[in-house]
Design a protein around this ligand. Structure first.
Ligand code: CNA
Length: 367
């Protein structure tokens, strides 16, 4: 604790510049450092999923914020805000249909993090994403903090009810174009994304909850390398996490643009925590400007893991394709059964209709 406080005060007051541990402020320098076995934290954002086909928020032209006109929102962020949602749920569900997880495959970058995990190097992945692709890539349970929520679970928005619903349940609702309502109390049901949560009777935004988690307190002071990927580092308090590592901890940014350089943008509690890639005083921050996939593949090559990573991506994508094909076959069969059942009903054959009913019910049930 004393070490933590000492480091916090010295950082806050700018007393100690921190030690230079990378032999070179380049991707090669980072690779050599990783090879000596490190505790790595990944902090990621929407940019790691754009190559899977999911738009980010702020990329000019392609980002979601540039393409929300059709929803007639008062301002773009409203689509994810719970108060707006309670009055106008339609835009959120229309967007959810477009972005629904399950239609996309994890990227090279997601599988690179999975490799870090498999090699015992990943302390945790802190993600702002809601698309569940980290889970699909094999990060689960304690590997992952989904700081802004996830499509993985949904719940009734009524404070008194809060009944939980599964991803399968929500998926069926989203694609049936019904606005999901709670079967206990009739209130709206929503995936747990950018919600408000209730702690000791106080309503606080979900995006603040992870700040008080035990892992956030313990992970960052003992982190040896922070890898930040695909994020503009504009959303607080998530962005301020970059300043929670010790001031000797190297930070690698893999992104299309440099981010996190403004002291002000890093938030109230992160004096001295802004990224410094270019000044004369730069000693630990490395910016690799490329797509997240290219950056991860380049790093994997320097680490001697390139072939392993390529094989992992190929194998996992093939597995997803074969599961999708099975699911589509099953859905087609269900549709066919329903159609036959309908035709039997029209032409009147009570016995056969009962037979089909039992078959179709077991197939409609989501796996
Ligand atoms: P953002 O503000 O849109 O920033 C994305 C950053 O990634 C930008 O700096 C881009 O330049 C960069 N970028 C985009 N594509 C790539 C690429 N292929 N390779 C490298 N860099 C790239 O998004 P943030 O995540 O910083 O903002 C946080 C918001 C986004 C959270 O609240 C999320 O819930 C929200 N969001 C999530 C998703 C998702 O789950 N996939 C999609 C859209 C928005």
């Amino acid at each position: 604790e004393m070490d933590f406080l000492r480091s916090l005060f010295s950082r806050t007051l700018g007393l100690s510049p921190g030690e230079k541990v990378l032999d070179e402020l380049t991707l090669d320098g980072v690779a050599r450092y990783i090879l000596s076995g490190k505790n790595i934290i990944c902090m990621v954002g929407a940019g790691i999923s754009t190559s899977a086909g999911i738009p980010d928020f702020r990329s000019p032209g392609t980002g979601l914020y540039a393409n929300l006109q059709k929803y007639n929102l008062p301002y773009p962020e409203a689509i994810f805000q719970i108060d707006y949602f309670k009055k106008h749920p339609e835009p959120f569900f229309a967007l959810a249909r477009e972005l629904y997880p399950g239609q996309f495959k994890p990227t090279v970058c997601h599988y690179f993090m999975r490799m870090l995990k498999d090699k015992g190097l990943l302390t945790r992945c802190y993600s702002q994403n809601i698309d569940t692709l980290e889970r699909v890539a094999g990060l689960e349970g304690e590997d992952l903090i989904e700081a802004h929520g996830t499509f993985h679970t949904s719940h009734c928005v009524s404070f008194l009810c809060r009944k939980e619903y599964s991803m399968d349940w929500m998926q069926t609702k989203i694609f049936s174009e019904d606005i999901p309502k709670c079967d206990s109390c009739g209130s709206l049901v929503k995936p747990v994304i950018n919600d408000k949560i209730f702690i000791l009777g106080w309503s606080i935004p979900l995006r603040l909850k992870f700040l008080s988690s035990q892992s956030t307190f313990s992970d960052f002071p003992r982190c040896d390398l922070l890898i930040i990927m695909g994020t503009s580092l504009q959303v607080q308090p998530f962005a301020s996490l970059v300043s929670r590592v010790s001031n000797s901890c190297p930070r690698l940014l893999i992104n299309m643009e440099k981010t996190g350089q403004s002291e002000f943008g890093m938030g109230l509690f992160s004096f001295g925590g802004a990224m410094d890639f270019d000044s004369d005083k730069a000693y630990r921050d490395v910016a690799h400007l490329s797509t997240c996939d290219d950056g991860c593949m380049a790093l994997a090559e320097l680490l001697g893991w390139k072939e392993e990573l390529e094989q992992m991506v190929k194998r996992e994508h093939a597995l997803i394709d074969s599961k999708d094909a099975k699911k589509k076959d099953k859905e087609a069969m269900t549709r066919q059964n329903n159609q036959s059942e309908h035709e039997e009903g029209l032409h009147g054959s009570p016995n056969r209709s009962t037979e089909f009913n039992s078959t179709s019910q077991s197939q409609v049930c989501p796996s």
